[in-house]
Ligand binder design. Structure first.
Ligand SMILES: [Mg+2]
Length: 431
């Protein structure tokens, strides 16, 4: 399969009109996708995208167009090499390396290549990955900068150890699904009545964990958290998410004030680049919860690459790894991050929501369960109930769980009429 074309699209949804997705750092996002269609000489097509929240989506699209010549005319036989071709180009590398707009653009192209490969094989991506043998998985990874924490041989041993039970775990996913939690109740722009109603609906729908946005005003956060706790009771886990709002000292003080309401985790307490800051917050909150329980520290949706995840794990700075399908260089780099998390015994609870992120990350978590960590303990995939109607193969949630996708590919394809209607700036939705 030789790549013959890379077509890019600037797709934006006017979500800021309803304050869907509002939080302390992102008050008015327009959820957007810099979207890619790869085509090959034998008639196959792969779709992928990276996620942005509006302005700048055109910059990602321009970066995709700039990278396209690196893959046109190349085959898709070796997806590890395909990914490294995009991230190791000596001139483009100056713009990162492996971070920022160029890395988001690489994610879109790499994700499209995985969609194409799995579609051509006739299986969903999670199944495709879960059928690779340990050596094939190790060969996908870009090992540069990782070997002080995890070597290819150690990864091979880890993957071999989880070979037994692959079939049973895949069958469990198809029967029961993968646990989810919902963020749909807790956007910062929602009033108390809407928050209470949505929290009750989440519990009624079978969720055992929900998440609230915090970090704009402490008095508001205490009132909203107390209200939510009173609605859902003591047994539902409530995570909170500050979206990088705080300095380290503020994070510790704010979470200490919220501790009586039993936060399950604090997500993005501070800058995603501040490894030592996360470690300090984690140490300070290790016994801050009711009864001396920990308030866990979570981050990842803005962690630029596998090297940053390596440091967060080495520094014992996180309890939860929140990988993102589109922030790092797509499926291939996420295989490395799953292996690192397994090596350190830290659960992966992917970031999702946005547009299409739920569709993509379900494949990564399901692969992790079948072939890497082999565990569902304290693992949940974020779920947000927005924009799924634009996808050909949308996620299916039942009783608080993601049901395993059965259609071939990466669940990444948007309907053609959505691509037309939400094209920025000329689609009907923007005129
Ligand atoms: Mg978040």
């Amino acid at each position: 399969m030789i790549v013959t074309s890379v077509d890019s699209f600037d797709i934006r949804f006017p979500t800021s009109r309803e304050l869907d997705g509002s939080d302390a750092m992102n008050p008015d996002p327009d959820y957007s996708a810099a979207y890619v269609v790869l085509r090959t000489d034998d008639g196959h097509e792969g779709h992928g995208f990276t996620f942005t929240i509006g302005r700048g989506n055109d910059v990602c699209r321009a970066a995709i167009d700039a990278l396209a010549p690196l893959v046109i005319g190349r085959d898709l036989d070796d997806l590890g090499e395909f990914g490294r071709r995009l991230t190791h180009d000596s001139q483009f590398r100056w713009l990162g390396p492996e971070k920022g707009v160029m890395h988001l653009a690489a994610a879109a192209i790499v994700n499209a290549a995985w969609d194409l490969t799995a579609t051509a094989t006739g299986v969903p991506v999670w199944r495709y990955l879960s059928a690779l043998d340990p050596q094939q998985l190790v060969d996908l990874v870009d090992w540069r900068y990782l070997t002080d924490a995890l070597t290819p041989d150690e990864a091979l041993d880890l993957l071999k150890a989880s070979l037994p039970g692959r079939t049973e775990r895949a069958a469990h996913l198809e029967r029961v699904g993968y646990p989810a939690y919902t963020t749909s109740a807790g956007w910062l722009g929602y009033d108390d009545a809407k928050l209470a109603r949505l929290a009750q609906e989440a519990v009624d729908a079978g969720y055992t964990q929900i998440k609230l946005k915090v970090g704009a005003d402490l008095a508001d956060d205490i009132r909203r958290f107390a209200l939510t706790r009173s609605v859902v009771g003591p047994d539902v886990r409530i995570a909170v998410d500050a979206n990088q709002r705080w300095d380290v000292g503020d994070a510790i003080a704010w979470m200490t004030a919220l501790a009586p309401y039993d936060p399950w985790w604090i997500e993005e307490p501070t800058s995603p680049d501040d490894v030592l800051g996360h470690a300090a917050v984690r140490r300070a909150l290790a016994t801050a919860g009711p009864g001396g329980r920990p308030i866990r520290v979570a981050t990842g949706e803005h962690v630029a690459n596998r090297v940053m995840f390596k440091q967060l794990l080495q520094a014992e700075a996180v309890d939860v790894v929140q990988l993102d399908a589109c922030r790092v260089a797509g499926v291939t780099e996420n295989v490395a991050i799953l292996l690192l998390a397994a090596r350190f015994g830290v659960p992966v609870c992917p970031h999702a929501g946005g547009v299409g992120l739920c569709e993509l990350v379900q494949h990564l978590s399901m692969f992790d369960y079948v072939a890497v960590s082999g565990s569902l303990d304290d693992r949940v995939i974020e779920y947000v109930d927005h924009l799924h109607e634009h996808f050909v193969d949308p996620v299916v949630i039942s009783r608080g769980a993601y049901l395993a996708p059965r259609a071939p590919g990466f669940s990444a394809r948007m309907h053609a009429d959505s691509l037309a209607r939400y094209a920025f700036p000329d689609g009907a939705a923007w005129r």
